[in-house]
Design a binder for this molecule. Structure first.
Ligand code: FAD
Length: 475
């Protein structure tokens, strides 16, 4: 395979034997839930049981009085990216503001900033509503973003200055810090400066499984969760004998539905071949590390992000993708640390059945240094795993109704919410809600950024395969 063919390759179905995510080490009671037989006809079939599938299901059940909803999941409940991520509830729209404003104009860029910060508030509201603050170890805190080169820091400051100039209501959201303050007040070494912003951390698996369980209890006759039920194909076969026109083929038999909602993120291209390249899988690496007593536990107050210019090592061909992210459990003191250092062919894949040893070694070697520690003998690795994100060429989520041109099938009942580009906690909940309301015929254009949609201009100009390949070739 040529180096960038993997962008348009079939991601396949979720692998049946994923690496073990620390978040899922105690499976929820519903992890393997399924009905004795697949339900026959359903109003709505949702494919995927991550945070997006959850948000869609919850909104449909709450906003429609009778609709029947089945969530189909290839593996165990919430075993995709949501069950294997970094647990960071943080927005990145501030640092992206300049490039968003250049591509979409200041108004839309401002809407994206609003949407992501609002989504984070909604996450915290959801956690409180379902009495999951303790269970999900939610921590409301400030994120310290630091910059490992002067160029990155200058770029960031320029972006925030533009954000504040065009959107005065955003003044005060970010507090810029110089390098001395970053070391003196925060004990983080080797930076050119940083910034604080409101954020949080969460145990997403525990949150999502708790809410699914509550929905199942509240809507026992309208909601079905069918785990270990990979959808192998979707067909549009209207028939006078059936009220619903779509057939979803699974190893457990067919399911008929009136609408099909794809919440399959990095795997979307499998059932939607025309979307291959417009969404591609990207494999992420996570570690849990135990710093013991070598650094103070500040997990209740701070999370961290470390930004540097992406670059490729000419010898190993491994790419540093530009970001490490870190949270700390106030309870255990464990660090949850992720970030990519891998070859492009290792990263652009949907195979989370293994985690590259060199990527884990890299994460183990860089983290202590940020805290000024060189002796790491008391800093063991607790756990490591991989997970699959969904990336789009323009870095924005993809939310909306799929045209026949994109499904390759007739019928107007297929929808998608995917491609969260590593920032699902800042986007998925409200994106899923917006999509469900669209399915119910509601207008969400006042709050869903237009740039997340499937408009013709986006499909022609920014959501293109050459752009996806170019972004990777630059590394
Ligand atoms: C290592 C890693 C670290 C990350 N860190 C963060 C972070 O700290 N903060 C943050 O905001 N975001 C982070 N992300 C991204 C975030 O986890 C995702 O954006 C978010 O979870 C996407 O949710 P989702 O429901 O759309 O997708 P997923 O959670 O991936 O759910 C999709 C589901 O669809 C299922 N599926 C796919 N195809 C089929 C099929 N054909 N049939 C049946 N089921 C199918 C999959 O098994 C999966 O369970 C990270 C991701 C990874 C991988």
């Amino acid at each position: 395979m040529a180096p960038y063919d993997s962008v348009t390759a079939d991601p396949g179905l979720p692998r049946p034997n994923p690496t073990h995510s620390y978040w899922q080490r105690i499976p929820h009671a519903l992890a393997d839930v399924q009905s004795p037989d697949l339900p026959g006809d359903q109003d709505i079939a949702i494919i995927g049981s991550g945070i997006t599938g959850l948000a869609v299901a919850k909104t449909l059940l709450e906003h429609h009085p009778t609709a029947t909803v089945t969530v189909l999941e290839a593996r165990a409940l919430c075993s995709g990216a949501t069950g294997r991520n970094g647990g960071q509830m943080a927005a990145n729209a501030g640092e992206q503001y300049s490039s968003l404003a250049e591509s979409h104009g200041a108004e839309t860029a401002g809407k994206i900033v609003d949407f992501t910060f609002r989504n984070l508030e909604k996450m915290q509201e959801l956690i409180r509503e379902y009495d999951a603050v303790e269970l999900s170890e939610m921590q409301s805190l400030r994120k310290l973003r630091v910059f490992l080169t002067q160029g990155k820091f200058d770029e960031f400051k320029e972006s925030i200055a533009r954000l504040e100039a065009y959107h005065p209501s955003k003044r005060g959201l970010y507090t810029i810090l110089d390098a001395d303050t970053v070391v003196k007040d925060h004990g983080i070494h080797g930076t050119f400066g940083g910034a604080l912003l409101p954020a949080g951390t969460v145990w997403p698996y525990r949150l999502v499984t708790r809410v699914f369980a509550a929905l199942l209890e509240k809507y026992p006759n309208r909601l079905k969760l069918e785990t270990h039920t990979p959808v192998e194909s979707v067909e549009y076969t209207p028939s006078p004998a059936a009220s619903n026109s779509y057939v979803l083929r699974t190893p457990r038999g067919p399911l008929r539905a009136g609408h099909v909602i794809h919440c399959t993120n990095g795997y979307s291209g499998h059932l939607l071949p025309k979307l291959r390249g417009l969404i591609h899988p990207f494999k992420g690496t996570m570690t849990v590390q135990d710093p013991g007593n070598s650094v103070p536990n500040r997990g209740a107050a701070f999370s961290w992000g470390f930004h540097y210019p992406p670059s490729c090592d000419p010898e190993t061909k491994r790419v540093g993708y530009g970001l490490y992210y870190l949270g700390q459990s106030a309870k255990s003191g464990y660090f949850y640390f992720g970030g990519e250092n891998a070859r492009v062919d290792e990263s652009v894949t949907a195979d989370d059945s293994f985690v590259a040893e060199h990527s884990v070694d890299h994460l183990q070697s860089v983290l202590p240094k940020f805290f000024g520690r060189t002796n790491t003998s008391n800093w063991p690795l607790v756990s490591s795993w991989s997970g699959i994100m969904g990336e789009s060429p323009d870095g924005l989520p993809i939310i909306g109704r799929l045209s026949s041109r994109l499904t390759g099938r007739e019928g107007g009942g297929e929808w998608i919410a995917a491609a969260f580009n590593g920032y699902g906690m800042a986007n998925s909940l409200m994106s899923g809600k917006a999509l469900a309301l669209m399915v119910l015929g509601k207008d969400v254009s006042s709050w869903l950024p237009i740039a997340y949609g499937l408009g013709e201009r986006r499909l022609q100009e920014t959501l293109t395969i050459p752009r996806a390949v170019a972004a990777l070739s630059k590394l």
